[in-house]
Design a protein around this ligand. Structure first.
Ligand code: TXA
Ligand code: MG
Length: 348
């Protein structure tokens, strides 16, 4: 594997597009997490994504497309663009695209005939989103096509929110692929897009398959609905696997205000909490604890969460404890990732 990080002044957009057209992989910055991108019409290149991530080929990929250049005729722009990948595109998709794209929302639609089964994992649906990072938008416009891009991490591991994370994930890969990693800075949102299934509107309505920072309430407002449909098991999606986003160190979630000295013993532990750290230090005077304070702000927590889990995972703790999250809907995406990280942690 050869992998290298490039900053925007080290490589031109044309060169990047050239590499994509040669069937090489490029790690791209998006507002959510970094993606491992390939030309969505090049099956050989798509295969490399699965090899490098060690991802089963049955797990479908999201196609990334560019947003319109001007505000004019946005609706017909999205109708045309979505029809390249999907058929029977419902008006709901256009409303949502208009409202949230470019941005952290993925729409699942009925796939167009010509879309490769390698993208959809053999399913009859296709997932699409227009990401917001300006560099990636520029590349998508110059490329003038779709890029498939899963999160640029090994299957089941924590998603990357910096270019360095991507390098850390793959530099020891034994494949002979070449990877160009574009450094677009820290991801703004920090967790993956909300995935909304619009492919079975007539039967069960719109369904959130993966919660994110665009909330069920936001989608209901845009579509004029009271509530969305309920998720069932008819669709496979890898975010649906419980042990995802898994750190190596054991991770537990508990109410830190209830923590007692005997819960810790003399273990080397990191505790991530919303509470005042000085007060806790006085209450639990244990020197083997490292305290990390996080704000009661879901956007700030989402932005830093994966970075924090990665950093703590490097430090040789016996355990990481994360405070219980508030129950509000704005925490649902973070809660989803944390639950999976807890479940999958400590097994490697
Ligand atoms: O924010 C994101 O969505 C990031 C950035 C890079 O865009 N991408 C991302 O991709 O999270 P990935 O492959 O790590 O997760 C995509 C999820 C998977 O759970 C996959 O199963 C699901 O989307 N998915 C893809 N196509 C689908 C489809 N046709 N139906 C249902 N789920 C689908
Ligand atoms: Mg992923």
């Amino acid at each position: 594997m050869s992998a290298r990080i490039f900053s925007a002044n080290e490589i031109s957009t044309n060169k990047i597009v050239e590499r994509i057209l040669q069937g090489l992989l490029v790690a791209i910055p998006t507002e959510t997490v970094y993606g491992l991108a390939a030309n969505a019409t090049d099956e050989k290149a798509i295969k490399k994504i699965f090899q490098l991530k060690n991802r089963p080929e049955t797990h479908p990929l999201i196609v990334h497309i560019a947003p319109p250049i001007s505000e004019q005729s946005v609706e017909s722009f999205w109708e045309t663009k979505l029809s390249e990948w999907a058929h029977d595109v419902p008006p709901e998709a256009i409303l949502l695209a208009k409202q949230y794209w470019p941005g952290p929302l993925t729409l699942v639609l009925k796939k167009a005939k010509q879309v490769s089964n390698m993208i959809t994992g053999g399913q009859e649906t296709i997932a699409i989103r227009a990401p917001k990072h300006p560099w990636t938008i520029e590349i998508l416009r110059a490329f003038n096509g779709g890029l498939v891009a899963p999160s640029a991490n090994r299957f089941g591991r924590i998603s990357p929110t910096t270019a360095q994370h991507v390098l850390d994930e793959f530099q020891d890969s034994e494949t002979d692929h070449e990877l160009m990693i574009l450094d677009g800075g820290d991801c703004e949102v920090g967790i993956e897009s909300t995935i909304l299934d619009l492919s079975r509107l007539d039967q069960i309505g719109p369904i959130i398959l993966r919660p994110g920072m665009i909330l069920e309430s936001d989608i209901c407002t845009t579509l004029g609905l009271k509530k969305l449909g309920q998720k069932d098991n008819a669709i496979r999606h890898s975010g649906g696997i419980l042990g995802h986003y898994a750190p190596h160190t054991q991770l537990v979630s508990m109410d830190v205000s209830q923590l007692r000295v005997e819960d810790i013993g003399n273990q080397k532990v990191a505790i991530v909490t919303f509470l005042d750290v000085d007060t806790l230090k006085n209450k639990l005077a244990i020197s083997s604890i490292d305290w990390i304070h996080i704000p009661l702000d879901p956007h700030a927590v989402a932005k830093k969460m994966y970075q924090l889990l990665r950093d703590l995972d490097q430090k040789g703790y016996q355990k990481m404890i994360v405070d219980v999250l508030p129950s509000g809907i704005e925490w649902s995406g973070i809660q989803d990732r944390l639950t999976r990280a807890v479940y999958g942690s400590g097994t490697h």
